[in-house]
Design a protein around this ligand. Structure first.
Ligand code: SF4
Ligand code: SF4
Length: 343
């Protein structure tokens, strides 16, 4: 069933929703972009539809709500600790199709990996009701169609921005009450069916080919080009790397809190271990790790999708203009070269 929430006549509607839900959506932060006089669009709590950016792709993904960049996970004193507490309020999370798929990919890591569910992710995920933001055209770095993430069937609400206001498709029964008395409208979301960029993820047939690919010289171009800044992974819809930091309160070093802080496999030192061990010592090996994790290893472990949803945010954010699709093409060429050489 569809409804129109008319522009300028929606204050009571949003007020009623806010009574029962926290609403998170992409929002514009003027003059906070990385270049002078540029804005940034990222997720934040919103009061109404007027604050939501519908006509541009957000610079940062919806994962910033599900896995905040910095969160206290436990508090400790000399001889005891307790987990941090969380709000119980449900969340309406406005997401593009790629972000919804990304959430499902992250769930595999946070909830299924090793058979132990991550408490902090689970309690946040249980609060979330999906609001699908319709994407009808996509943007120049998107390749969601190639990655099979352009369509979504399972959502609580779907929304489209129009001149007259917001059109909603309401699927979740509990939300229907908020639309009572609003004018009915015919609305079903449409999906992007073609991007300007398309990719084919190469099949890496066996371990022998994988080992040869790891040694292929094309990875070396990223030494000297990639700055190891991690911007690509922070903006990535699916990346999950984090580290922990202890923050000590006052003079007593045994009293404080432990924080989970987003980190990146692309940053030098991320994989350092006790004993002076480091697995990936240069930018080339870190890029190789990221690409193979996204486009081979995740699928090998979880069996259904690759770990990339084709949002293109990594390409948009890279200060060195390193494009994930161009890198994937180079990887595919290396795989083809190695495959034909072994015949
Ligand atoms: S690797 Fe790049 S295109 Fe793929 S999900 Fe991450 S940010 Fe998006
Ligand atoms: S690929 Fe780009 S964004 Fe990612 S770490 Fe290298 S320079 Fe930074």
């Amino acid at each position: 069933m569809g409804y129109l929430i008319g522009k300028g006549e929606d204050a009571a509607f949003w007020a009623k929703l806010r009574q029962d839900y926290d609403i998170y959506a992409p929002k514009r932060f003027p003059k906070q972009g990385r270049f002078s006089d540029t804005d940034i669009i990222r997720y934040d709590r919103v009061e109404s539809g007027a604050e939501i950016v519908f006509d541009e792709k957000s610079d940062y993904p919806a994962k910033e709500v599900l896995t905040p960049i910095c969160q206290a996970i436990l508090y400790f004193t000399e001889d005891e600790y307790r987990a941090s507490k969380a709000s119980q309020r449900p969340i309406l999370l406005f997401m593009r199709p790629c972000d919804i798929h990304a959430m499902q990919h992250q769930e595999k890591i946070y909830l299924e990996n090793g058979g132990v569910a991550d408490l902090y992710y689970r309690r946040m995920r249980e609060r979330v009701h999906i609001v699908l933001m319709e994407c009808s055209e996509g943007w120049d770095t998107c390749f969601c169609v190639s990655m099979g993430t352009n369509r979504v069937e399972d959502y609580a609400l779907a929304v489209r921005q129009t001149e007259q206001g917001l059109l909603f498709d309401v699927r979740e029964d509990a939300l229907k009450t908020y639309f009572a008395g609003q004018p009915a409208a015919d609305f079903q979301p449409v999906f992007v069916e073609k991007n300007s960029v398309s990719v084919t993820v190469p099949e890496i047939a066996d371990k022998e080919l994988l080992l040869k690919l790891k040694e292929h010289p094309f990875w070396q171009q990223f030494n000297g080009r990639c700055e190891s800044c991690g911007a690509c992974t922070i903006a990535c819809s699916t990346c999950t790397c984090f580290t922990t930091r202890d923050v000590i309160y006052g003079d007593n070093p045994a009293v404080g809190e432990r924080r989970r802080v987003t980190s990146s496999c692309q940053v030098s030192g991320f994989d350092d271990m006790a004993g002076g061990i480091s697995f990936r010592k240069d930018a080339a090996s870190r890029m190789r790790y990221k690409m193979l994790h996204k486009f081979r290893d995740y699928k090998a472990r979880f069996g259904d999708h690759h770990m990339c949803v084709g949002c293109g945010r990594c390409t948009d954010r890279c200060p060195q203009f390193i494009s994930v699709t161009a890198t994937l093409e180079k990887m595919a060429a290396a795989v083809a070269e190695l495959s034909s050489a072994s015949k």
